[in-house]
Write a protein that binds this ligand. Structure first.
Ligand code: BV8
Length: 244
């Protein structure tokens, strides 16, 4: 396994991020010992079936997370800011694909960003598909300002069993990728966890995992850098920028 790699100056970089990149900004991850799924079952709060069966519990879950996210949003960490620095200074294309529904990449300065699992900051009506920016709590009484109905408003996030967003744009980025980075994700959730296999099969990119600990897919990467994202990500970005 090659230990380091110097990409061409105008090469394309694709970066997949997960909950681990936001952990040092104060947001809980999902599968760490004290993570979100240790307190509530995803089947009860993050599937369309759960929303149909018990919308009150789902709204309470997302109202709580939206409030936590609101507090954290002003606090992108050095990992988020290092990725924005890379995008600003790199000569090739830098694309961030995040599984996260928080807005920390935006507040950290990233521009070319794909939220494949949606965002806390938007709501969608199940009845008319109208999408609106959203900040406060939501309930079954919330009225849609598109169709005027109550009972259909839901978080604009992708639940388990739903199709992730912007898969065409993601596929196009993976095909053109020369350097694939995976940051702060455990490799549990598909199709995101399968992107490393897509990139390896294409055979064009050097691949690096930057994580607190090896993920489920660690063996598939050419390189691994392990430690807190606010350490390993800025130092890796500095290494890349020093090649310019
Ligand atoms: C799909 C939004 C078809 C909501 C999320 C049966 C029925 C139906 C589907 C399936 C099924 N079996 C499997 C599936 C597929 C399913 C799936 O993968 N299930 C898993 C549980 C097995 N996937 C789906 O349903 C997806 N849709 O498959 O549709 C399809 C497919 C392709 C093409 C067309 C159609 C939809 C999945 C999306 C679900 N929504 N989030 C919300 O946020 O509430 S997923 C949720 O998990 C978040 O997005 C989260 O980001 C994501 C992944 O978790 P991670 O980000 O990796 O977080 P985790 O806690 O696991 O790991 C954190 C990592 O960070 C750890 O490694 C840790 O060590 C590290 N870390 C911690 N601290 C730090 C750190 N690293 C660095 N620094 C630190 N400080």
């Amino acid at each position: 396994m090659p230990q380091s790699f110097t990409p061409e100056k105008n090469s394309n970089i694709v970066i997949l991020t997960g909950a681990g990149i936001s952990q040092e900004s104060g947001l809980e991850t999902f599968r760490d010992p004290d993570g979100i799924w240790s307190k509530v079952r995803l089947e009860d709060v993050a599937t369309p079936e759960a929303f149909a069966k018990n919308p009150h519990d789902v709204h309470s879950f997302y109202n709580m997370r939206r409030e936590r996210h609101r507090v954290a949003t002003a606090n992108p960490n050095h990992a988020h800011m290092a990725l924005a620095r890379l995008e600003a200074q790199w000569l090739g294309q830098v694309t961030v694909i995040t599984q996260n529904v928080d807005s920390l990449h935006e507040s950290g300065g990233t521009q070319n960003l794909i939220h494949m699992h949606g965002v806390h900051s938007k709501a969608r009506c199940n009845h008319c598909q109208h999408i609106v920016s959203w900040e406060g709590d939501m309930s079954t009484e919330t009225l849609c300002d598109g169709c005027g109905d109550a009972g259909g408003m839901r978080p604009h996030v992708v639940w388990f069993g739903e199709t992730p967003l912007e898969l065409g744009r993601i596929q196009a980025a993976l095909v053109e990728c020369d350097l694939f980075l995976s940051i702060g994700t455990s490799g549990n959730v598909y199709p995101a966890a399968g992107f490393i296999s897509v990139v390896q099969k294409i055979g064009r990119a050097h691949t690096v995992e930057l994580n607190l600990e090896p993920s489920l897919g660690a063996e598939l990467f050419d390189e691994g850098r392990y430690g807190p994202a606010t350490d390993v990500v800025p130092s890796y970005v500095d290494e890349l920028l020093e090649t310019l």
